[in-house]
Structure formats: structure tokens, C-alpha cells
Design a protein around this ligand. Structure first.
Ligand code: HDD
Length: 724
């Protein structure tokens, strides 16, 4: 577009956007031209498919998409077939590079509603009382490829994009509050060590290999995060039952310019729960998408996942220490007992993506996407991230215009003077994408703080020599790892011991195992001894003097009751089950806000009840509790054909259908609540009917008791460590 000749530019650059000057093309938002015109371009989906007929990419209708154009039906294919070439060319380029880390993930849309409790510490508009802000949340594992499974032992990403009235704010966190490294310059090292080994590219999505343990045992600041990974936190039950953490300390600034330091926390309303390692392994084989499916189904089923956002607040002191903890050290957390988490708002996930690629794959996050009232601190890990998250998109999303993708666009006006580049979709008008200008009437104008401008906090940088070093307070690599371990219950400690024993048992280089044992000796002698025993190695003595820190019970997941909304109950029935009982159980589960799944010996109906899953398609690990709605005898015609996985009935020594005996045996071993309408149904499967967490009652009355047990997630009293 040529510039507007009716407008005579002034001699000086205009300074007032509301002055007498007429608006010029540069003052309008860029247009997105589509085949259906500029109006439709306001709809972010306007470029998606439309019309009733199949067309080429430029709208020519296509009569046949199944046969290429050939010189006779047995002859060669002709190059002139535009539709063939276009179809194949586009297909050939459908994949983009997966994320270098956090490649496997899923996401959902939601709404964040602020309580207003943060108004006293930050001027951020989205935290003012009652303000509702649309969000997009992407969960991820870190190590695995895009096609890997949902339940490896790993850290989980917890990245939230707030489309605020002041631009996008991204809180790009994890489900673990500390990180492996204190300086972002080490990020390629930890990732190279943890990813599949470069010669054979194994193992996929796993830290149980030599290079990972080689690195973390040498680079001992990683030990605290590693311990979290070896704990139940490395195996979240579902995406709905994970905490999220901003990890770094951030600075918040109020209306008057006063500052505080904060750490961000996401607390799931459904509680913090985990799988057991055996369950996680079974899931990876049986349904590697289970957590993705669970999130999707929960949202579709109206069991909307919720998290409360909270902050720990600290004075913005010169030394940026709190209770002896360096707030700039991302390998340290601040125990909630010392600084309680104060809730500031509620996030509800309420809509699934429409298109996985367009939204989940193309979304990008950046810890540098800040809004007025929130700023960064001199955490060397965070500072490196501020560079990395923009840079990586240039390759991953193919150029500098990734912010124009619908999922990444802010919900406010954009007037950034950025032009051109690969995949430029905007049709910018005007001639003056630069400042200062008079030809564009001075537009766009710099916004001072009163106009919502993000004014960098005038942080005082101490006069100092340039140096490649960390402060002395960063040298303590073990005291918080020790605190974490000693804050665990016996069950959780047992899981940690098993995890280290498994992971180090997978290492093939003796010195790697030995060196990691040495690190464990510095964390806790009992932990070290137990792992050493499992590995058949001597337990070394500690080499470092490590401070004993008061345990933090808030770090443990066990023994804290939570609502059971959305938890999954398998109601197992067979031809002998009473229809009325099954129906009553289903209703009772729904009434308790949980999700019932009728599991039967075959598809279709059992009696008059519709079956959701069959003995062939369901595995115990999909359910939080199992209820037997009948005797569950083996189907007379089915016994000879049971597959090898289930064994045969005689070998299992039960009078129950072996597939159910397997399901019950697993649920029992995994400390899940089990209900039955008769004690015989339990005992004939070879399990004690009077064991803790096994409920025998009439019909729907079982469900109340099962729900009660589920508030504590599992029946840990049955766990061998506890019961022995
Ligand atoms: Fe990172 C992705 C979280 C340190 C470089 N990171 C990524 C994602 C999450 C985190 C949740 C996935 C975002 C998505 O869903 O698209 N990363 C963290 C946390 C860290 C952290 C909590 C420490 C506290 N990251 C970190 C460092 C660097 C990176 C130190 C580099 C210096 N992270 C990246 C990246 C990724 C990424 C390479 C890969 C894909 C992407 O950014 O968009 O730039």
C-alpha cells in the first residue's frame, strides 16, 4: 500500500497518540488476508478448512483424489498432475522438529480467576480481584520423544500461558520445585547426559542409564532434583494430580513501585498423587497415552481439573536470602513451614484443544513473557532461559513469526514494528515500521507505566568484576536433598530406595554406580546402605559434612485427604452379576462425583448393562479402585483360549476368571481400594476378604466406603514396608 497522500506529516515527530493528527494505516492492527476477505480474518480459524467440496490449496475443486493421472491405467504417472504433486509435497513436509526437550506433551484451555489477594504485592492486572484470564496449559515429560509414553520416571513440564489484558504472561514451570543446575550454561550438558545415549539412541524416555548418572554424580548440584525424580514425584498419577512450581524466584512490583520476591506454586484441587513404578511400567505398555486420555476425558466429562495458584512471599532484601536459603539458587526450595503458600487465584481447565498440532504442538512459551508488576531476578538459570525460549522457536516453528500463530497470539492489540520474515501472515499497512517517524503519525507510541508500559525494574547491580563463578552459598548440594528424604514417610522412602536400585542397576559402568552411591552417602546413610544392598555393593562413608535441616512434612504426599472428584472406579461384572446391583453401583459412583467404568467379559451388554471396557481391554492400572459386582466365575467357554499374559486358571489356583484374578491381584498389590458385594468373590480370587482396604458390603453401600478410602489415594497399610 502506498502511503496516504491526504496526510501531510508534521516537521517534528508527533508525540501524542490522541492529538489532532488523523489516524494513519500504521495505527491499525495488521490485517490477515484470506480467500474470504479481511472480515473473516478476524476469526482466528478463518484459515482453516471451509466449503463443501474438496479443493486444491488454491481452491480449485478436485474430482478424484484416489487416482493419480497416468498415461493409461497400466502406464507411468504424469508429472503434470498438480493435485498429486501438491498432496504429496505437503504431506512430505507435515512434520516439524519436536521440542529439544519436553517433546511429549498435551494441553488444554482454561480460565484463571484471581482472588485479589496478590493486589498488595503486584500491579499485574490479571491478579486483580475477580479478573478472569484465558489460559493455555501444556504438560510434558522432559526426556522422551514426541511419540514416547506418558508415564516414564521423569520431571513433568507445567507451562501456563495467560492471555492477559496486558499481553501474554508465561509461567513455564515444572512439577518439581528445584532444578538440576544453577546456571543455564550447563543446560546442554544435563540434557545431553539425560537424553538417549548418542551411539545407539537408547534408552528412550528414561534416566536409567550410564550417561545420566555419570553426569549427576559428578555434578552434585543435580542431586536434589535427582532425588525428587527418584521419589513418587517422578511418577505422577495423572496430569490432574500434579503440583506445579515456577522454580525460580521472581520479583513482583506493586502500584507504588515497592517490590517483594515470590515463588509460584500450583496446588491441584484433586491432591498430589502418584503411580507406583510397576503401574507406570504396565501403563507404558498397555496404554502409553493414558494420562493424555485421562485429561481429555476429564474435561469432556465435566470433571474440570483445577489448581490454585499461590505464592511464597519474601522481602526483597539486598542479600536475597530467606532463612539461610539463597533465593537465587534454583537447586533450593523454601519449605512451606517457613513461608506458607498464599493462594492468589484459581485455574480451571475447561476446554480441550480442537487441533493437537495447531495448539499443543505449535504453542510456545517463554519465561521472558512478563507483564507489568512481575520481573525477573539475577538467577543465572533463569537468565539463560530468557534467551533460549525465543531462539529455539526459530528452528522449531520455522522463522521469527511464530507469535502470529493463533495459539500464541495475545488477546490484545499488537503493534510491534516487526515486519516480514518466513511465514509472515499479517498484511501490514503503512510505510513507517520504525521509530521515530512522522510519516506514520508517530505511531506506535512508547507506553509509559501509566499507559500499561512494562518498565524494567531499576534493579541495583552491585559493582563487581566480571567473573565465571557462583556465590559460596551455592556450594551446599546436599542439605536440602537430605531434608527431602527425611521428610518422606516409610512408604515413600521405600519407593526412593527401589528407584535408585532400579536406575543404578541399569547402569553398566561400575564407577558410575559407585560414585552415585557416594553421593547418597552424603545425603543419608540409611538410604545409601539400602541402595548399596540392592546393588550388591559396599556402602561408602560420607565424604562431606552436611547440615541437618529440619524436615518439611509438606513435602510428603502420604496421609493427606483430598476430594475424590473425577477418580476412576472399575465396576467388574459378568453374566452372573445382578443388573440392578451393577446399575446401583454405577449410580453411586456418579453420585460420589467419581467416574464409573463397567468392565465385562465381552463388549456390548452384560445383562441389560452397557459395558465400557472388557477383560481384554482393561487393566487394573486404569482404575483408582475396583469393585466386584458379582462372583466373577470364569466363562465356561473361555478358559482354553486365555492369552499368555493372563496365564491359565489352574496355574493361578483360583476359582475366579483368571483375568479378574490378575486384575484384583494387581489392585491388591498396588494398595488400591477394593470392594465386593460378597466376601466369596474376594476369597475365590485368592485374596483375604478381611484385609485393610477391602470392603465387602451390600450394593451401593460399598461405594461410600471405597470413596472414603480414596480420599487418601491408597491403602498404604497394606504396603509391605508398613505392614511388616
Ligand atoms: Fe526449559 C522447554 C521448563 C530450564 C530451554 N522448559 C520447556 C518446557 C518447560 C520447561 C515446561 C516446555 C514448554 C512447552 O510446553 O512448550 N525449563 C523449564 C524449567 C526450567 C527449565 C522449569 C528450570 C527451572 N530450559 C531450561 C534452561 C534452558 C531451557 C536452563 C536453556 C538454557 N526449555 C528450553 C528450550 C525449550 C524448553 C530448549 C524446548 C522447547 C521450547 O523451549 O520451546 O528452549
Amino acid at each position: 500500500m502506498s502511503h496516504d497522500t491526504s496526510y501531510t506529516p508534521p516537521l517534528e515527530e508527533p508525540t501524542d497518540p490522541r492529538g489532532p493528527l488523523p489516524p494513519t494505516p500504521d495505527t491499525r492492527a495488521p490485517e490477515m488476508r484470506t480467500a474470504t476477505g479481511a472480515e473473516a480474518s478476524k476469526d482466528p480459524n478463518a484459515r482453516a478448512q471451509q466449503g463443501d467440496y474438496l479443493t486444491t490449496a488454491v481452491g480449485r475443486r478436485v474430482p478424484d483424489t484416489d487416482h493419480s493421472l497416468r498415461a493409461g491405467d497400466r502406464g507411468p504417472t504424469l508429472l503434470q498432475d498438480h493435485h498429486l504433486r501438491e498432496k504429496i509435497t505437503h504431506f512430505d513436509h507435515e512434520r516439524i522438529p519436536e521440542r529439544v526437550v519436553h517433546a511429549r506433551g498435551t494441553g488444554a484451555h482454561g480460565t484463571f480467576t484471581a482472588y485479589g489477594s496478590a493486589e498488595s504485592i503486584t500491579r499485574a492486572a490479571f491478579l486483580k480481584k475477580g479478573v478472569e484470564t484465558p489460559v493455555f496449559l501444556r504438560f510434558s515429560t522432559v526426556l522422551g520423544s514426541r511419540g514416547s509414553a506418558d508415564t516414564p520416571r521423569d520431571t513433568r513440564g507445567f507451562a501456563v500461558k495467560f492471555y492477559t489484558s496486558e499481553g501474554n504472561f508465561d509461567l513455564v514451570g515444572n512439577n518439581i520445585p528445584v532444578f538440576f543446575i544453577q546456571d543455564g550454561i550447563k543446560f546442554p550438558d544435563i540434557v545431553h547426559a539425560a537424553k538417549p545415549e548418542p551411539d545407539r539412541e537408547i534408552p528412550q524416555a528414561a534416566s536409567a542409564h550410564d550417561t545420566f548418572w555419570d553426569f549427576v554424580s559428578l555434578h552434585t548440584e543435580a542431586q536434589h532434583h535427582t532425588l525428587w525424580n527418584m521419589s513418587d514425584r517422578g511418577l505422577p498419577l495423572s496430569l490432574r494430580t500434579m503440583e506445579g512450581f515456577g522454580v525460580h524466584t521472581f520479583r513482583v512490583i506493586d502500584e507504588a513501585g515497592a517490590t517483594k520476591l515470590v515463588k509460584w506454586h500450583w496446588k491441584p484441587k484433586a491432591g498430589v498423587h502418584s503411580t507406583l513404578w510397576e503401574e507406570a511400567q504396565l501403563i507404558m505398555g498397555g496404554d502409553p497415552d493414558l494420562q493424555r486420555r485421562d485429561l481429555y476425558d476429564a474435561i469432556e466429562g465435566g470433571h474440570l481439573p483445577q489448581w490454585e495458584l499461590g505464592v511464597q512471599v519474601f522481602d526483597d532484601t539486598e542479600d536475597q536470602m530467606f532463612s539461610g536459603i539463597d533465593l537465587l539458587d534454583p537447586t533450593k526450595l523454601v519449605p512451606e513451614e517457613l513461608a506458607p503458600v498464599q493462594p492468589v487465584g484459581l485455574l480451571t481447565l475447561d476446554a480441550n484443544p480442537t487441533n493437537f498440532f495447531a495448539e499443543v504442538e505449535q504453542v510456545m512459551f517463554n519465561p521472558g513473557h512478563l507483564v507489568p508488576g512481575i520481573d525477573v531476578v539475577n538467577d543465572a538459570l533463569l537468565q539463560a532461559r530468557l534467551f533460549s525460549y525465543v531462539d529455539t522457536q526459530i528452528t522449531r516453528l520455522g522463522g521469527p513469526n511464530f507469535q502470529q500463530l493463533p495459539i500464541n497470539r495475545p488477546h490484545v492489540d499488537v503493534n510491534d514494528n516487526q515486519r516480514d520474515g518466513f511465514h509472515q501472515h499479517a498484511v501490514h499497512a503503512g510505510v513507517a515500521p520504525y521509530r521515530p517517524n512522522s510519516l506514520g503519525a508517530g505511531n506506535p507510541f512508547p507506553a509509559p507505566a501509566e499507559q500499561g508500559g512494562f518498565v524494567d525494574h531499576p534493579a541495583v547491580v552491585a559493582a563487581s568484576q566480571t567473573v565465571r563463578a557462583v556465590p559460596a552459598s551455592f556450594a551446599d548440594h546436599y542439605s536440602q536433598a537430605r531434608m527431602f528424604y527425611r521428610s518422606m514417610t516409610p512408604v515413600e522412602k521405600d519407593h526412593i530406595v527401589s528407584a535408585y536400585t532400579f536406575e543404578l542397576g541399569k547402569c553398566t559402568v561400575p564407577v558410575v554406580r559407585e560414585r552415585q552411591l557416594q553421593c547418597l552417602a552424603n545425603i543419608d546413610a540409611d538410604l545409601c546402605a539400602a541402595v548399596a544392598k540392592g546393588l550388591g555393593l559396599p556402602a561408602p562413608e560420607a565424604t562431606e559434612k552436611v547440615a541437618d535441616v529440619e524436615p518439611s512434612p509438606a513435602l510428603s504426599q502420604v496421609g493427606k485427604p483430598f476430594p475424590v472428584d473425577g477418580r476412576k472406579v472399575g465396576i467388574v461384572c459378568d453374566e452372573q452379576s445382578d443388573d440392578a446391583t451393577v446399575t446401583a453401583l454405577v449410580k453411586a459412583v456418579e453420585k460420589a462425583s467419581m467416574v464409573p467404568f463397567v468392565v465385562g467379559p465381552h463388549g456390548g451388554q452384560v445383562g441389560s448393562v452397557e459395558v465400557d471396557k472388557t477383560f481384554a481391554t482393561a487393566r487394573s492400572v486404569e482404575f483408582d479402585a475396583i469393585v466386584l459386582a458379582g462372583q466373577i466365575a470364569p466363562a465356561p467357554d473361555a478358559v482354553p483360549s486365555y492369552d499368555a499374559r493372563n496365564g491359565d486358571q489352574a496355574a493361578l489356583g483360583t476359582q475366579t476368571d483368571p483375568r479378574i484374578a490378575l486384575m484384583l491381584g494387581e489392585a491388591f498389590r498396588h494398595c488400591k481400594a477394593i470392594g465386593a458385594v460378597s466376601a466369596e468373590a474376594i476369597t475365590s480370587a485368592g485374596l483375604p476378604a478381611d484385609a485393610k482396604g477391602v470392603v465387602v458390603a451390600d450394593g451401593a453401600a460399598i461405594i461410600d466406603q471405597v470413596a472414603e478410602l480414596l480420599t487418601l489415594h491408597r491403602v498404604w497399610d497394606r504396603y509391605p514396608t508398613v505392614s511388616k
